[in-house]
Design a protein around this ligand. Structure first.
Ligand code: PEP
Length: 442
């Protein structure tokens, strides 16, 4: 049955119901939307419907459908993501969705109206991402008016002005879909950050995407650039962060194709350059394509890096759109006298004091000092217990912070799998063994 006969059969109620379902009820994504509205508008021009009744009903149904989608996402989001990570649902996705909707929610709600398929899921995701409801509602109404009234009126107008328009309905519909999708694609392709965010959102929705990360801290190694390039080459894996000393960063950057680049330290002040002998600024690192910066490593703390400095470095790293890898951990005495949790809580509290949660991503590396370079790692069971503690204590203070927690301390080829197979451990920070990447990327 063609659309014209279908609309004549189902009438106003059928059109409104389809628009309602398609706007936000998840199984409605394959319903015709643009073509339905255009054809209904055309039928109004031929006297089968009243254009005003049609427009008012369509806009109300579209706005109501999108609101129902939002409510559905708002309710099911926490239920799905409260579960510990599973194949399809990783709680990082919730954070990514929140970030996406904070930044692009208004545009997404309007533009998605014009994108078949996407229009059904966009409001559900806005609910999952807990987009501010009043802002959401305003843009829902604007989108509903533009889309619902716009397409019906186009059909009505063309039906009134072009004789025998019904013969051209199909090509016109295709043109409408093409033209309505075009601005979104232009926007995504032109704006790098929008493109990256959209890709990240899509990628994070894919099963099996959340691979564990191996952060490779070379420390003050190796001695020569030649050796550095050899190590970099064999470390160039998709889930690796290669962290050479700053002297080799720019050369290593040229080699890496898949791995991300990290730095071992950064100047604490938010200045790009200046009279600070020996320092490397966040901006300089960023210009070399560095994405991650280690902060608060116990070896740096032992050289005098205070919590105050660490908190400033974290802020500077985040302000420059890089991700800090904050190292925390207890020494042997503290470990033995049972004060690990207290030590970690104090470190986290003072190191994260300057950050504002939203849109921020941070990695915490739990590195018991006694385990670093000792050949005596913490057991995966104990590491998991402490990592859970770290996650819950950060959540209390910074509920919206996007955190991953790694384990570090004598991770080598023989034990790496035992750590990585624990779902609570998001990755590992590797020191000594990072100089022999072929052993860990077997
Ligand atoms: C480190 O220095 O961060 C570290 C974990 O070292 P290692 O793997 O050598 O213990």
């Amino acid at each position: 049955m063609d659309l014209i006969s279908l609309i004549k059969t189902v009438g106003y109620a059928g059109v409104f119901l389809v628009i309602f379902i398609e706007s936000g009820v998840f199984f409605g994504f394959f319903f015709p939307g643009d073509s339905l509205l255009f054809t209904a508008g055309f039928l109004a021009s031929q006297g089968f419907m009243n254009i005003w009744v049609l427009i008012i009903g369509v806009v109300i149904s579209a706005v109501a459908g999108v609101s129902v989608g939002y409510a559905f996402g708002f309710k099911i989001g926490p239920m799905i993501f409260k579960r510990e990570d599973s194949l399809f649902f990783h709680k990082d996705n919730l954070v990514h969705t929140q970030h996406f909707y904070e930044q692009y929610g208004k545009k997404a709600i309007i533009l998605a109206r014009f994108m078949p398929g996407i229009r059904t899921f966009a409001p559900i995701l806005a609910g999952v991402g807990k987009m501010n409801y009043s802002v959401f509602f305003l843009y829902n109404v604007i989108g509903g008016l533009l889309w619902g009234a716009g397409l019906s009126l186009s059909g009505y107008y063309l039906g009134n002005t072009i004789p025998n328009i019904d013969k051209y309905i199909l090509p016109i519909i295709l043109l409408i879909i093409f033209v309505s999708v075009l601005p979104t694609f232009i926007h995504i392709f032109k704006e790098k950050s929008a493109r990256e965010k959209a890709m990240k959102l899509i990628k994070n929705m894919m099963p099996g995407k959340n691979k564990k990360i191996l952060a490779l801290n070379w420390k003050m190694n190796p001695e020569s650039l030649t050796e550095a390039l050899v190590i970099a080459k064999s470390s160039d894996h998709k889930n690796a962060i290669v962290i050479p000393p700053s002297i080799f960063i720019s050369e290593v950057a040229r080699i890496l194709k898949r791995a991300k680049l990290g730095a071992q330290d950064v100047f604490y002040k938010e200045v790009e350059k200046g009279p600070y002998t020996g320092a490397v600024s966040a901006k300089e690192l960023k210009n070399l394509d560095v994405k991650y910066v280690i902060v608060g490593h116990s070896e740096k703390r032992a050289m005098g890096e205070t919590d105050e400095l660490i908190s400033q470095k974290i802020k500077t790293v985040l302000d420059n759109d890089m991700i800090p890898i904050l190292c925390v951990g207890e020494n042997l005495i503290q470990h033995k006298n049972g004060s690990t949790k207290k030590i970690l809580e104090d470190q986290l509290k003072s190191d994260l004091v300057l950050i504002d949660d939203l849109k921020k991503q941070i990695i915490i590396a739990y590195e018991p000092i006694w385990a670093i370079g000792s050949g005596n790692p913490e057991t995966p069971e104990n590491a998991v217990e402490t990592i859970n503690y770290i996650k819950s204590s950060i959540k209390k203070e910074h509920p919206y912070l996007d955190i991953k927690v790694f384990y570090g301390g004598s991770v080598v080829s023989q034990n790496i799998a035992d750590f990585l197979k624990r779902k609570e451990i998001d990755g590992v920070l590797i020191g000594g063994a990072s100089l022999k990447p072929e052993t860990i990327f077997k």
